[in-house]
Design a protein around this ligand. Structure first.
Ligand SMILES: Nc1nc2c(c(=O)[nH]1)N[C@H]1C(S)=C(S)[C@@H](COP(=O)(O)O)O[C@H]1N2
Ligand SMILES: [Mo]
Length: 251
């Protein structure tokens, strides 16, 4: 004999159980509708409904605690790199920009801005990385980039003191796109000021002459065509954060 107890259930009991089950289902549906309506009436918090923003802020705390210099994004062999690299987003890349006349502006302090040429940046040790570039829209590509580690850049240009500030902000020359990055992520050993893709000069639509490559974050933070870099005690304005995305956008 199998080892279970059989229960004799009357049709009446089955009927009752069915009714109770339906009542629970109904209650659940009502709770969902009420919850959804409630959510729709919540105030906006930087482009996201307040309770959703609270969830994003919670995620940020977790990711902010996990990130460290020992926590590296996965890298790939050169042979894995895609040659047809996707172009996504051109905010802040207005027409009439002349890369030949470009100089990087680095605000040491308010009112004290250094101008740095691409040649000066290229003279520093080059770092290359092949990693899986992930866009928040759901696509990803293994791609190959070259440039200067942000941490090397900071050391070379005597910005150590500034680099202890909790945030770095980057803007395009026309200020049409801008991101804010926490200190640990910008100083991470895989974060580079990038001037090469697939071993060749960065194409215009990929952010020439200089873009950010920050493998510990989603694509939205990899600002193309850097105009200005500054250091800040407050969270710098961030283009996609203002449109309801996660400020940290860590991976
Ligand atoms: N200046 C600028 N940088 C940008 C964007 C943009 O619209 N403008 N889009 C971002 C987004 S959403 C992604 S996914 C990556 C895409 O980089 P790619 O065009 O080199 O693929 O760039 C980021 N950097
Ligand atoms: Mo993206």
């Amino acid at each position: 004999m199998p080892d279970f107890k059989e229960e004799i259930v009357s049709t009446e009991t089955i009927r009752k159980r069915t009714i109770v089950s339906f009542l629970f289902l109904l209650l659940f549906i009502i709770a969902c509708i009420v919850g959804w309506k409630w959510l729709q009436h919540q105030p906006d918090d930087d482009g996201a409904l307040k309770p959703l923003r609270a969830v994003l802020n919670g995620n940020e705390k977790i990711f902010g605690a996990i990130i460290s210099d020992n926590h590296l994004a996965k890298t790939f062999p050169l042979s894995a790199a895609e040659h047809k690299v996707r172009v996504n987003g051109d905010a802040g890349m207005s027409a009439g920009f002349d890369p030949a006349a470009w100089k990087l502006k680095v605000a040491r302090k308010p009112g004290d801005t250094m101008l740095i040429t691409l040649d000066e940046i290229k003279a520093l040790p080059k770092t290359e990385i092949v990693f899986d570039f992930k866009c928040i829209e759901g696509w990803s590509q293994v791609t190959h980039w070259g440039g200067v580690k942000f941490s090397d850049f900071v050391k070379h240009f005597g910005l150590d003191e500034q680099s202890y500030m909790p945030y770095v902000g980057l803007n395009t020359p026309d200020n049409g796109y801008y991101v804010g990055i926490d200190r640990k992520s910008i100083m991470h050993p895989q974060t580079i000021l990038c001037y090469e893709m697939n071993g060749a000069p960065l194409p215009m639509n990929q952010g020439a002459p200089l873009r950010l490559i920050i493998p510990v974050k989603y694509g939205i933070k990899h600002l193309k065509r850097i105009g200005t870099i500054y250091f800040s005690n407050q969270r710098p304005p961030d283009y996609w954060f203002e449109r309801g995305y996660d400020y940290f956008s860590g991976l």
